[in-house]
Design a protein around this ligand. Structure first.
Ligand code: CTP
Ligand code: MG
Length: 396
């Protein structure tokens, strides 16, 4: 399978937008504009690496916008879009991809199918770009009046991503350095490449002015986010020891919990609840007990990784609820510390975190104090299906 890289250009200053925060870092549907297309690329199975060209003044904004995403280290962009693309391509050269998709960070709306179609177009073409046939009649202006009507037949609006064979577009950028083309396809055309048109969606519009951001916000908020609930359950047996760890809090006890990791039954149930909410398998699949690196591991790692995976797909945790089932130790004195610890690990408000406990009236294995059980639920919301890259399913 061809190795496909994505290069996202985000080094512009957004002078036409004219806000203090550059447009690619403005908030759209709860996340920075830049993050929207990065999530699409990162979760697309055909894309092997994603790199951003950014402006050094945006260092802190960049780090906040990409938290949890797996990206190639970013490259500092140049003073023109073309220069930023050139630098990005040089950065990607080491990994030697076969193809590259170059994309404007200012186009947050991107469909998985568009990525597929562009990659497919490269099988038989030297280059391809996402574009849209013009619908409006075009007028040429002179001194505030119509000079003439331009026939729109055969005219398309160029958008991004634009797709290329990596070595070819890298060489073209090297040969044309310092010129100022407003997209990479026009550079390729100038170099004599034949460029295919792939019809995209009008929603892949570029955010240029404040009004564009408002339009995009309205567009995205029409498609409801998908509310999902996951549940988890876990049990660990008691063994000889003097403390147990429950929901991230160490509690003195006349026994400990046995397990490969720290045996934090509460966090294990909660991790499974999170993974279940977006159908990403279970804790054993992500952190096999047979793997020595998880021996005595702090279960906070498992919980945080599940949250990272969820957020990398644009998911959001709405609330979590854990029930610990045991006769002893008594949970209520530690309940607030447990809620605080979970809220900290998941970066949630403490009001969105519940910890409860119950005994089983002396019945069953928990009643006989042979071990502790825990169950948990998590409510999450995922981006609208139309923007998703792939149907969610258990990881293989
Ligand atoms: N871009 C870039 N490096 C530059 C200029 C632009 O990486 N030196 C990126 C922008 O961040 C944007 C894309 O190229 O994602 C398209 O450019 P444009 O829409 O023109 O963005 P800006 O240059 O930021 O806006 P303006 O032209 O209004 O200043
Ligand atoms: Mg510009």
């Amino acid at each position: 399978m061809a190795k496909v890289a994505a290069l996202v250009l985000a080094a512009g200053r957004g002078t036409r937008f004219g806000a203090e925060v550059p447009k690619q870092y403005r908030t759209l549907a709860g996340r920075p504009v830049l993050r929207h297309s990065l999530e699409r690329f990162c979760s697309h199975p055909a894309i092997s690496q994603v790199c951003v060209a950014y402006h050094p003044d945006d260092e802190a904004r960049y780090q906040a916008a990409v938290a949890g995403l797996e990206l190639t280290p970013p490259v500092v962009g140049g003073s023109t879009r073309q220069d930023s693309a050139h630098r990005g391509l040089e950065q990607l050269a080491e990994a030697a991809p076969d193809y590259v998709l170059i994309h404007d960070a200012a186009r947050p709306y991107l469909r998985a199918a568009d990525i597929d179609n562009l990659i497919e177009a490269l099988q038989g073409n030297e280059a391809a770009l996402l574009a849209l046939p013009l619908a409006d009649t075009l007028k040429r202006e002179e001194a505030g009046r119509v000079a003439d009507t331009v026939p729109r037949a055969g005219l398309w609006r160029a958008m991004t991503p634009q797709a290329f064979h990596f070595d070819a577009i890298r060489r073209i950028h090297q040969d044309h350095a310092g010129q100022e083309h407003t997209d990479d396809a026009s550079l390729a055309e100038a170099a004599g490449l034949s460029v295919a048109l792939v019809e995209g969606s009008a929603k892949t519009m570029k955010i240029t002015r404040e009004e564009d951001l408002e339009m995009m916000e309205a567009l995205l908020s029409q498609a409801p986010r998908r509310i999902r609930v996951g549940s988890g359950y876990d049990v660990h047996r008691f063994s000889e020891g003097d403390s147990v760890r429950l929901c991230g809090v160490d509690i003195a006890h006349n026994a400990t919990l046995a397990g490969h990791s720290d045996a934090d039954v509460g966090l294990h149930a909660l991790t499974d609840a999170l993974l279940g909410a977006f159908a990403r398998g279970d804790i054993g699949q992500h952190f096999p007990p047979s793997d020595p690196q998880w021996r005595a591991a702090d279960s906070a790692i498992f919980l945080q990784e599940a949250a990272r995976l969820l957020r990398a797909e644009g998911g959001q945790i709405d609330n979590v609820d854990v029930t610990l089932i045991c006769e002893r130790p008594k949970i209520s004195p530690h309940r607030e510390a447990m809620r605080a610890r979970i809220a900290e690990l998941l970066a949630l408000d403490i009001d969105d975190v519940s910890v409860k406990a119950t005994t089983t009236e002396g019945l069953g294995f928990t009643g006989r104090q042979e071990g502790i059980a825990a169950q948990a639920t998590a409510t999450v919301s995922l981006p609208p299906r139309s923007q998703q890259s792939q149907a969610p399913g258990a990881e293989g």
